[in-house]
Design a protein around this ligand. Structure first.
Ligand SMILES: NC(=O)c1ccc[n+]([C@@H]2O[C@H](COP(=O)([O-])OP(=O)(O)OC[C@H]3O[C@@H](n4cnc5c(N)ncnc54)[C@H](OP(=O)(O)O)[C@@H]3O)[C@@H](O)[C@H]2O)c1
Length: 392
């Protein structure tokens, strides 16, 4: 019986994780669940899974949750804030941590779980994008097991040799597939008029709003390129992005002998989640098997960097190294939030990220504090740019 903590339980990945866990009560017990604001949803999850601990964002949210749980006689301990998040991430009573908080907020607890030597199921790509080497060193030094949950990285992990899941001799390239999002064929002249709801309407995947916007700008793929670099020790020139609108091939590995191995499946995050939970075994995920006779044609094309400037910016940040990816990520988070709030246009997102990257001078990624300083500085710069964009 594995005991699992789900960071970000009320989100899209968190709910999918609990859906898989629910199907295997003989294999998994839920130790802790966390959310930020969605108290009612977290209370419902606590009623079903009876975790020892639940964590929310604020004291107010914690007292609301506590009242709901006590009214039902549920004894789950309730905490709030960053320290409580880190405490459940390192708690020795759990062996596995699903890292599914969205954005930079996931970095501290995810890194803490790695430093506590957990099986870390990594959905929160931002943690690795921001802290790269620091995170991978923590995994190695503390004997953590890192299992990629992002569907692309999970696919690559499945296609690489089991004895060395890093890019080694015989592997020539990682082929990272991307759906191209909802605006792949839209007239570029109309991109500035896109509404947040249009940007969040992904053609193939149901996801949280931030990652949905990132998919529409292809910043999501850019963050995944950086994630792949760290997970598989792959230099930028050995990572290629391919647009594959059907989202059936989740990524591929190209080998020196001409072979290409691909992982295919219906687009449903429960597949990589179940793979990560059961690894190295496999188990039922609730996902219907892929019927290739009905899938239709599978097509691949090169991304247009003029239409998707965020993808090029992410490659630039990866090549610049140091804290440049953390700066890219922070500027993007500020810009995406402003877009979701209706404060800036869709096309301003790339403009703001590019300007912040151009202004900043990246430092080295030696300490968490250094990474957080770069993050905060980039947020200030992006915030100042929002003002000028708004007044245009
Ligand atoms: N969704 C996908 O299909 C998918 C695929 C691959 C990778 N990922 C990655 O997985 C992560 C989660 O994505 P998602 O789509 O599941 O996001 P989501 O639906 O927006 O859920 C985010 C979760 O994080 C919590 N949260 C938000 N802000 C927080 C904060 N400041 N502190 C602590 N917790 C906070 C939310 O709590 P509340 O609900 O209470 O706000 C929620 O539980 C992201 O890093 C994303 O890039 C997602």
């Amino acid at each position: 019986m594995r005991r699992i903590t789900v960071l970000g339980a009320t989100g899209s990945i968190g709910e999918s994780t609990l859906d898989v866990v629910r199907r295997h009560p003989e294999r998994y017990a839920v130790h802790a669940l966390t959310a930020h604001r969605q108290v009612d949803k977290l209370a419902a999850q606590c009623r079903e899974f009876r975790p020892a601990h639940a964590v929310v964002g604020t004291a107010q949210a914690a007292s609301e949750l506590e009242a709901l749980l006590r009214a039902d006689g549920i004894k789950t301990g309730v905490g709030y804030g960053e320290a409580a998040l880190e405490a459940v991430a390192v708690d020795s009573a759990a062996d596995s941590v699903m890292a599914a908080i969205v954005g930079a907020a996931g970095l501290r607890p995810t890194l803490a779980a790695a430093r506590a030597g957990k099986r870390v199921l990594l959905a929160n790509k931002e943690a690795l994008v921001m802290s790269g080497r620091l995170f991978m060193d923590a995994v190695r030094e503390h004997g953590a097991t890192l299992l990629p949950i992002d569907s692309e990285h999970n696919a690559i992990f499945q296609c690489l040799p089991a004895d060395d899941p890093r890019l080694g001799a015989g592997v020539s390239k990682i082929l990272l597939t991307a759906s191209g999002g909802p605006f792949r064929t839209r007239d570029p002249a109309t991109l500035h008029d896109i509404s947040p709801d249009e940007a969040c309407a992904h053609p193939n995947w149901v996801m949280g709003r931030k990652i949905s916007v990132d998919s529409a700008t292809m910043m999501n793929k850019g963050l995944e390129v950086i994630e792949a670099h760290w997970l598989f020790a792959a230099p930028a020139e050995r990572i290629e992005v391919l647009i594959h609108p059907q989202s059936i091939v989740h990524s591929m590995v190209s080998y020196a002998d001409g072979s290409v191995l691909a992982q295919l499946g219906n687009p449903d995050m429960r597949t990589p989640i179940a793979y990560g939970l059961a690894y190295p075994e496999r188990m039922y995920a609730g996902v219907s098997p892929l019927d290739l006779t009905r899938a239709g044609a599978l097509t691949f094309e090169t991304p247009d960097l003029a239409r998707f400037p965020c993808l090029g910016l992410a490659f630039d940040a990866l090549r610049a190294g140091g804290t440049a990816p953390a700066i890219l990520n922070a500027a993007n988070e500020v810009a995406v939030e402003a877009f979701l709030q209706g404060q800036i246009r869709f096309t301003d997102i790339a403009r703001i990220v590019a300007q912040v990257l151009a202004q900043a001078s990246p430092g080295s990624v030696d300490t968490l504090e250094g990474v957080m300083d770069a993050d905060q500085d980039a947020r200030r710069r992006a915030g100042a740019l929002l003002e000028s964009v708004r007044s245009c």
